[in-house]
Every structure is written in C-alpha cells, then in structure tokens.
Design a protein around this ligand. Structure first.
Ligand SMILES: *[C@@H]1O[C@H](CO)[C@@H](O)[C@H](O)[C@H]1NC(C)=O
Ligand SMILES: *[C@@H]1O[C@H](CO)[C@@H](O)[C@H](O)[C@H]1NC(C)=O
Length: 416
C-alpha cells in the first residue's frame, strides 16, 4: 500500500473515532434488542418444556476424576462439569425416568490433563463406552432408542471424534456408540464428520467471575481499532506452517504486523480483558479448531468479533444473531482485512455495539455458578426442548439393534 493511501486511511480512522467518542459521550452505553425470533428465543424459559433424567454413575466417571485434578474446573472444556452440577438442582430434572424426555450421563471425559493443563482425549472413548455399557445394562432406557433420547456433553476440540488433530479426528469419526445421541459440543463446522446433524453447539467455558472482575466503565472510549493476542504460528506442532489455522493467523501477522490500526501480538498482557474493552474489533480466527474462547470474551467485553473461520457453526446459532453482532471474513480475504473493516459504516458498527451491550447476548455465553436465567445452561435446555417431541421412529422394535458395539479402533474396545 502506498504512503498516500495510508494517510487517507488514518484520516478516515481518526474521523471515525471522533464520531464514536461523541456518540459514547452523548448516549453512554446504549443497548438494543433484536425483536422477532433471535432475541426472544434467548429469553425463553425451558422450565416446563422438558424433563431430564440424570443417571447416577459411580463417582469414578465424574467426581473422583475431578478430585484428582481440580484444574478441570477452569479449563475451556469445564462445561461438562458445570452442566452436571446445574442439572442436579435444576427444576427440569426428574427423578422418574419414565416421564423423562431426555437422559443425561454425567461423564467427565475431558478431565485428563497433562502437567501443562492440556486436556488429552485419548482415554475418552473407552471411558464413554464404559459409561454407556453401564447405563444400558442397568436401566432399560438406552436400549429403547440406542441413545436417541440421550444427550452427552462432549466439549473437546473435535467433539465426540475425540482427537485434537483434525486429520486424526476425521479418521476416527464420531464414536460409534454416540451415533444416535444428541451431542452438546463446542466444535462446529458445517459438513464435517465430527459435527453430527442435530448437535447443539455451545460456547467454550470462560470463567465468569474472573471476567467480571476485569470490567471497566463502558464510558472509556474504544481507542484500539483491531485487537488480537495469541499464536500466529504453531511451530511445535506445525513446523512447515500452513496447517495451523489453515494459514489464516499467519496471514494476519504477515499482512498487518506493521499496520498502526492493528494491535496484534503473541504476548499475553495482564490487561488482556481490559484491552478487549478498549477495542472496536477483536479478531477471532480459527486455531486448531474453528473456535476459541476469544469469541466468548469478545461478546462479554462488547468488542465486535471478527470471525475468520470458513463454515464455522457458532454457539447457539439458532438463538444468537451472529450476523448482526459480528463480522464474518473469509479466510482467503484476510489480506484485505484492513479495507474490509475500515469500510464498515459507522452506523453499522454502532448498531453491533448496541446489540452486544444487550445483557441477554452476554448471558448466553456464560456458565455462571449459580446459574442465571438465559445463561448457557438455559440455552442448552432450550435447544433440547426445541427437539421435542422425539420422532416415533427413534424407538426401536423389540430386539432391534442398530449400533455396532465392536466398531471403531481396537484400542477403544479395551475396558476402561
Ligand atoms: C440392552 O441390550 C444389551 C445387549 O444388546 C444387553 O446386554 C442388556 O442387558 C440390555 N439391557 C437391559 C436393561 O435389558
Ligand atoms: C461391527 O464392526 C466391526 C469392526 O469394524 C466389523 O468387523 C463387524 O462386521 C461389524 N458388525 C456388523 C454387524 O456390522
């Protein structure tokens, strides 16, 4: 880009900021609701619309694992634990399985962390299989549908494919025993082997109290145009480059590292959360998986998420108007990111900010404890309620079997 066009850009940029500041001073933190399906669905109350039966499993499937490594309460897959706790005391819980619409199996398959705190899903298939064997032999409900009225929380990178590398995850496919169940997962990418039709895509877990404690007054102007902190390359796992983030993060760095509109680096400052509240746009590019906790952070901190992950399926996409609150940029268009973002009209930016300021949008991204109306737990229940009643075809005839209990890699068949 020539120097003169840079000058022009900066001029546009500062004019744009004067506008924004003026607006914020005039109106303070304005919020806006989307009427019609999206905004209203977010505020639905699931109580009375479904009943969930929680299987009681030996504690080795859940509580004991957590006792061994309490760090599992804070990593981005912790929703599997909090959902269990939430359901135990939720008014949608029924103690009578005969009247249940949905069955839930509390199994913490991601709570197996390396010393560095990275969740390894290698034991998950055996553990899951063991839990399903247990519920199918101790209760009659699994065999009725072979899991079609059961849901599982599988928040790993590639959900129930149980691997963090995409190629391997694809090779494995969804665990055969879960092929009829409804999966509640963070992974969402259209037409991907690891995203089963009818899955409920949820946000990753981000610590609500911690984020709350970093809030700054909304009157502080957003003086950063584009913000991003994180990896651009993953040299350890992708030495040649191009595989990690399909090259999109590398393209961000190579094109914009010297661009004054872009505040991007690999450093993780202590003011990370505050910085997001001082930014207009927060980049949310894919990493190894299409999503990252940045998506949640951007919404909580009112920074317009710039979603760079082709074919991503976003959390609660049937309830949250992602098109209205965020900006989608195709991976191939990353080199034009500056032009794309600077040419968004100010009114459009202000509207996105007002929608992001709507508390119901933020609430839906969080798994708070105790739970609150409209939070992610409630959105999951709403999603399950919208699937009712179950189609009659899910109930198998007496003696009918659909699932193959010996399918999948041999190593997965070993007892857990
Ligand atoms: C469900 O089916 C499996 C075999 O397909 C059988 O071993 C098990 O006993 C059945 N469960 C019940 C409760 O009858
Ligand atoms: C079940 O899967 C195993 C392993 O892939 C295969 O050998 C077997 O033939 C399958 N059984 C049926 C009934 O399809």
């Amino acid at each position: 880009m020539s120097n003169s066009s840079w000058g022009f850009l900066l001029l546009v940029f500062s004019a744009f900021f004067l506008n924004l500041d003026a607006f914020e001073l005039r109106k303070g933190q304005k919020t806006e609701r989307i009427s019609g399906s999206a905004g209203d669905v977010l505020e639905d109350d699931p109580v009375g619309r479904l009943k969930v039966f929680v299987y009681e499993l030996p504690s080795k499937y859940n509580k004991k694992i957590l006792q061994k490594d309490p760090r599992c309460l804070n990593h981005m897959f912790a929703a599997e634990i909090y959902m269990h706790r939430f359901l135990l005391s939720s008014p949608v819980r029924t103690l009578n399985p005969e009247e249940a619409d949905w069955f839930y199996t509390p199994v913490y398959t991601t709570c197996d962390l390396t010393p560095n705190g990275l969740p390894l899903p290698f034991k998950s298939p055996r553990m899951m299989r063991s839990a399903i064997q247990l519920i199918s032999s101790n209760w009659p409900y699994w065999n009725r549908t072979e899991g079609a009225d059961h849901f599982f929380i599988v928040p790993h990178d590639f959900g129930a494919c149980f691997h963090y590398q995409e190629e391997k995850a694809i090779e494995r496919g969804i665990l055969p025993l879960l092929q009829r169940a409804t999966l509640v997962q963070t992974f969402g990418q259209k037409n991907h082997v690891c995203l089963k039709d009818g899955s409920i895509t949820v946000p990753p877990y981000a610590p609500p109290q911690k984020m709350q404690s970093h809030l700054i007054p909304p009157s502080i102007p957003r003086s950063i145009f584009v913000y991003f902190r994180g990896l651009f390359y993953d040299v350890g796992n992708d030495p040649e480059g191009g595989y990690y983030a399909r090259g999109a993060r590398a393209a961000v760095w190579e094109n914009f590292k010297d661009n004054p509109l872009f505040d991007i680096s690999t450093e993780h400052p202590t003011t990370y959360y505050e910085d997001m509240q001082r930014a207009v746009f927060c980049l949310c590019p894919l990493g190894w998986a299409p999503w990252s906790p940045r998506l949640v952070e951007a919404v909580i901190f009112g920074c317009i998420p710039v979603i760079i992950a082709d074919d991503i399926v976003l959390p609660f996409a049937d309830a949250i108007p992602w098109e209205d609150i965020g900006v989608y940029v195709d991976e191939k268009d990353v080199p034009n990111l500056d032009t794309i973002l600077t040419s968004i009209p100010t009114e459009v930016i202000l509207r996105k900010q007002r929608l992001l300021a709507n508390p119901s949008m933020k609430q839906a991204m969080l798994f708070p404890h105790p739970a609150q109306p409209g939070d992610a737990f409630h959105q999951i229940l709403n999603g399950l309620a919208r699937k009712l009643p179950h189609d009659k075809s899910v109930y198998l005839r007496k003696g009918e079997k659909v699932l193959n209990w010996t399918a999948g890699p041999l190593a997965d068949l070993k007892p857990w």
